[in-house]
Design a protein around this ligand. Structure first.
Ligand SMILES: C[S@@+](CC[C@H](N)C(=O)[O-])C[C@H]1O[C@@H](n2cnc3c(N)ncnc32)[C@H](O)[C@@H]1O
Length: 383
């Protein structure tokens, strides 16, 4: 069949089924590259037994919603959690003793950690932790593990030391590694690397130490139990080396902060610590007997005291006389509703005194593990 000639289109017209061409659209601005998903790391915090709830509160308030606590393994004295943020934030925790970065290695025996893939992962874990501190903060390392004298562990230590450039430490080194089976059971090994060259409870401000000085993380927890406010008049009975005073100001500012101790040497020591902490202007330190304070009635919002336990400091016989006088004087200077948080091992004596007290209500008693003892934190409220 002969083909029909195609219809000619007049010049300058557009074919019916073709839309007129528009001006080309300007190029779309390039979408920013997607943010990398935050890396979630796992951690474990050592806490003085009895203070887990307070530490959990602090972790949540410092780190916010990026934290997920692991409920599966709840053990006294530890908190396990994952966190997606910068691990540096964890080094600012004040109620924990130490925090560790935790990594799981799916190996049947520690020897397999020497294999290329796992050894590299181990070095990366250590590098992540070391990056949180100045380069010269670490000189030595210590690997704590069951059977740490075995030839495999010795090899692991030698190869690690050579790679990370640190000498093996005699006891807890600057870099502390702990190798163990996972707490939840099952196969494999877990390596914990402490986030700081010293436990977090070892404060830089402590330039003067005294026998009986309070653990700073426990002191911080006591301060938190006073429910601090920035307009507090804060008093530390029997302040010793000043731990509670410094931790109070590390928690938040206060209208006034004062500490009394009848031992002049304690006050000299406290002054050195207070100066090192940078609080010389804010903290008033006085030599004085806490049974007769030069303070007006009802002038104090919050009180704390690390009382003589009767072991290292004082004796039980002396405490039987001292405690009632001290509690009466504390009640005199406290405003109604003021909180008074005391730590003591004289549990029965305190219970007896509180059961007949007309001036103090006991709000809470916490049993805390401390240096092999189980003293109590008494949270009292002035009636
Ligand atoms: C357990 S220590 C306090 C330690 C302190 N929290 C620290 O971190 O260094 C008890 C302190 O109570 C003091 N003390 C004992 N009886 C006192 C009294 N009647 N008045 C004032 N201080 C007293 C002692 O001198 C001692 O420093």
């Amino acid at each position: 069949m002969p083909q029909r000639p195609a219809k000619r289109r007049p010049i300058g017209t557009v074919p019916r089924n073709v839309r007129p061409t528009r001006k080309p659209a300007p190029p779309k601005p390039e979408a920013p590259p997607p943010k990398p998903a935050p890396v979630v790391h796992r951690y474990e915090a050592d806490i003085a037994e009895g203070l887990e709830a307070l530490a959990e509160e602090e972790i949540l308030s410092l780190l916010g919603s990026g934290v997920t606590f692991e409920e599966r393994v709840r053990k006294p004295g530890i908190l396990r959690f994952s966190y997606a943020g910068n691990p540096f934030h964890l080094t600012r925790l004040k109620t924990v003793q130490a925090v560790y970065h935790r990594a799981y290695y799916p190996v049947p025996r520690p020897k397999a950690l020497l294999g290329d893939q796992h050894f590299k992962a181990l070095l990366a874990q250590i590098a992540l932790v070391r990056a949180l501190s100045p380069a010269d903060a670490y000189q030595t390392f210590f690997l704590s593990a069951a059977g740490s004298e075995s030839s495999v562990m010795q090899r692991l230590k030698t190869e690690l030391g050579a790679k990370i450039g640190l000498a093996p430490g005699a006891e807890e080194g600057d870099l502390l590694l702990r190798l163990r089976h996972p707490l939840e059971g099952g196969e494999g090994w877990e390596m914990l690397v402490r986030l700081s060259p010293r436990p977090l409870a070892t404060r830089n401000w402590r330039v003067c130490n005294r026998e009986g000085a309070l653990n700073a993380a426990v002191a911080h927890a006591m301060v938190a139990l006073t429910q601090p406010a920035p307009d507090d008049a804060f008093l530390n009975l029997m302040c010793g080396s000043g731990t509670l005073l410094i931790e109070r100001l590390l928690h938040m500012p206060a209208a006034s902060v004062a500490g009394y101790d009848h031992d002049e040497q304690a006050i000299i020591c406290a002054r050195q610590n207070v100066d090192a902490a940078g609080f010389s202007e804010q903290i008033s330190l006085r030599v004085g007997d806490c049974r007769h304070l030069p303070l007006p009635d009802k002038s104090i919002d919050a009180l704390v005291g690390d009382l003589p336990f009767g072991h290292l400091v004082g004796s039980h016989e002396h405490n039987v006389e001292l405690y009632p006088e001290l509690l009466a004087e504390a009640a005199r200077v406290a405003k109604p509703g003021a909180r008074c948080v005391l730590i003591t091992h004289e549990v029965r004596l305190m219970e007896a005194l509180m059961s007949e007290s007309a001036v103090w209500d006991v709000e809470q008693v916490l049993r805390v593990a401390l240096g092999g003892l189980y003293p109590r934190l008494f949270v009292l409220v002035r009636k």
